[in-house]
Design a protein around this ligand. Structure first.
Ligand code: ZN
Length: 182
């Protein structure tokens, strides 16, 4: 199986470059069809899991073809879910950068919206989680276990406050950078 640990240089580049766009990313329009789930995602494309499978880290259960929050029978197959895998590997799928004067002066309110959006999504979709929040030079970086969550948070911010929203997508690795400036 492909693992993030096999790509130390690339991974460092993504995490360290923060506001610049790394190689492999290209800008995409917000309504491009690229966001249909690409099964290039090595964290998901692992072949068929037996059902039910329970994640020993978070308790999510793979049932009827998707990960759900539900009770697992005691004899369920045990395997780490893709979200916990990414968290363990420190290998996010979504990178959301937030910056600008409006952001700085409304930071608490905006970060509350970001976290509320995630909580709401995570309650329905166990693989959609915020991994970390990091501040650097007036920019906040929020990393996520899923590209759709990063995109959804960006859309929610744009819907609530307008501002400038941009996407850069890396199809080879199924990584998405969302930048919101306001
Ligand atoms: Zn898990």
């Amino acid at each position: 199986m492909f693992r993030a640990s096999q790509l130390p240089t690339y991974r460092r580049e993504i995490i360290m470059s923060h506001t610049t766009v790394s190689s492999g990313f290209r800008q995409v329009e917000r309504h491009d069809g690229i966001f249909q789930e690409r099964e290039h995602d090595s964290y998901r494309a692992k072949g068929k899991l037996p059902e039910p499978t329970v994640c020993p880290q978070c308790g999510a259960v793979f049932h009827e073809g998707r990960w759900q929050w539900r009770q697992a029978p005691v004899n369920a197959h045990r395997e780490t879910c893709p979200a916990c895998h990414r968290i363990r590997d420190h290998y996010p799928a979504g990178f959301l950068t937030l910056k600008g004067e409006f952001f700085q002066s409304h930071r608490d309110e905006i970060m509350r919206l970001v976290r509320n959006h995630e909580e709401h999504e995570r309650a329905e979709h166990p693989l959609k989680r915020i991994m970390a929040e990091e501040e650097k030079d007036g920019t906040t970086l929020v990393t996520t276990t899923d590209i759709h969550l990063a995109r959804g948070i960006g859309e929610a911010l744009h819907h609530a406050y307008q501002g400038e929203l941009k996407y850069h997508y890396n199809p080879e690795q199924n990584l998405l950078r969302v930048s919101w400036a306001h």
